[in-house]
Design a protein around this ligand. Structure first.
Ligand SMILES: *Cc1c(COP(=O)(O)O)cnc(C)c1O
Length: 424
């Protein structure tokens, strides 16, 4: 590869940025700098999204209202705290492809996973298996294994982990469908990622939910890497539940309020659930009756009153998705991703293997072919060159050009830094 072809890449990126209808949105975010004040090339929105600039003002308003009103802020704050979770409902429902009453902002992701499994993992008779993908995010693996133990069951007997075919990275849906066809009557719950955190593979959620439900199993999705990243149609998928976090593509800040989806067919169900006063029907919640009457819909799974300061950043972030529009976001995701894929094919084909399949969102996972030692050195050099990516053992660099705030120039920067790092 030549310096000239890298120059051509930067020119192409500049032209694409000049024609980008979403370009202005970048100025709505705080863009990280290094210690010398130079801008970083931030490609880690799959791990922690950037801060929308409106966040500071909105949080300050909550602090002002708390300072000025004390307890009266529950009703008299400019955004009354008593209904705060509802302020997020429309925006989350649109991103999830759900009805507003099917979504609720609450807790954190793994907590929500446990709450959903309390209702939707009900092993009975022969039907006791939980099916997940092999190599699932550790927290999800811990959650399902502890749920099994909670029911007096063992991982050995009751957890099925579906791997990609030998020597491959893409899991697909064939093996899951086959398992459901063969042992469907033993499966109690299929818990599947929307986008796999390590490989970036996006799944056909409707096909998975349909196959699980046809086998008589419940189906839940972990959308940690899918919410705000890929188009979702949770309602139409027929999934029983889904969970997500607020701090990755949703830009809600570290430890942000997470969310859950419960399909409308369960809106008035008497499924067992782990309850608290905030899931009580709000019409009578403050009568403080001993008897629990669930609020209809996903809201009925709330336990506690929401942490306002962890919810506020989402009020700054969700309107940016609205302003952009789902179609434009999707188009830019593809544009950034294809620029990166083309440039990697031109400049890094010998040294890097892209393990993310064409079914994907923003994230691309790059395997360093020379292995872990070289990979770590390349990753450190990227960091030194001001590129913020992340490392997944044993040999994967993850990057995510995010359509709300990344540019095609960011992609060109990444490729230049990779070329330099892989040359030495
Ligand atoms: C980010 C992520 C988590 C993190 O869980 P928290 O409860 O938010 O700490 C869990 N599972 C998956 C798949 C993730 O991507």
């Amino acid at each position: 590869m030549t310096v000239a072809s890298l120059r051509a890449l930067h020119d192409q990126a500049q032209a694409l940025d000049a024609a980008d209808p979403l370009a202005a949105l970048r100025s709505r975010f705080a863009l990280p700098h290094n210690a010398q004040g130079q801008p970083l090339t931030y490609l880690c929105g799959h791990s922690l999204g950037l801060m929308p600039l409106d966040t500071r003002r909105l949080i300050d308003e909550e602090l002002q209202d708390w300072a000025a009103l004390g307890v009266d802020g529950h009703h008299r704050a400019r955004r009354p705290w008593i209904d705060y979770a509802e302020l997020l409902q429309q925006g989350l429902a649109r991103l999830a492809g759900a009805q507003p009453d099917e979504v609720v902002a609450m807790n954190s992701l793994t907590v929500n996973l446990h709450l959903m499994m309390a209702s939707f993992y009900r092993p009975t008779g022969r039907r006791r298996l939980i099916v997940i993908e092999a190599g699932a995010f550790s927290s999800d693996r811990h959650a399902v294994s502890s749920q099994l133990a909670w029911h007096g069951l063992s991982v050995e007997d009751c957890l099925i982990e579906i791997a990609a075919p030998q020597g491959q990275d893409v899991i697909g849906t064939a093996a899951l469908q086959q398992l459901l066809a063969q042992r469907g009557d033993e499966v109690a719950l299929v818990l599947w990622p929307g986008v796999q955190y390590r490989t970036g593979e996006a799944f056909d959620l409707a096909a998975i939910a349909q196959a699980a439900r046809a086998a008589g199993a419940c189906c839940g999705f972990d959308l940690a890497h899918a919410m705000g990243n890929v188009p979702l149609s949770l309602h139409d998928s027929g999934a029983d539940f889904a969970v997500w976090c607020g701090y990755k593509y949703l830009n809600g800040g570290p430890g942000a309020l997470a969310g859950a989806f419960v399909h409308q067919r369960h809106a008035r169900s008497d499924l067992p659930r782990l309850s608290g006063w905030w899931g009580h029907d709000p019409a009578t919640r403050f009568q403080m009756a001993a008897q629990f009457t669930a609020a209809p819909g996903a809201a009925g799974w709330q336990i506690s009153n929401p942490p306002i300061l962890s919810a506020t950043p989402l009020l700054a972030s969700l309107p940016l998705f609205e302003a952009a529009g789902a179609a434009a976001l999707q188009a830019k995701t593809l544009s950034l991703g294809s620029l990166l894929l083309d440039a990697l094919a031109t400049h890094c084909a010998e040294t890097l293997q892209v393990i993310t399949p064409s079914s994907r969102g923003c994230q691309l996972s790059l395997r360093v072919k020379a292995g872990r030692d070289t990979g770590l050195r390349v990753f450190d050099q990227l960091t030194g060159a001001g590129v913020v990516a992340d490392w997944r053992e044993p040999d994967i660099i993850r990057v995510a050009p995010v359509p709300l705030y990344n540019t095609h120039q960011d992609v060109a920067q990444l490729v230049s830094a990779l070329v330099a790092a892989l040359r030495t």
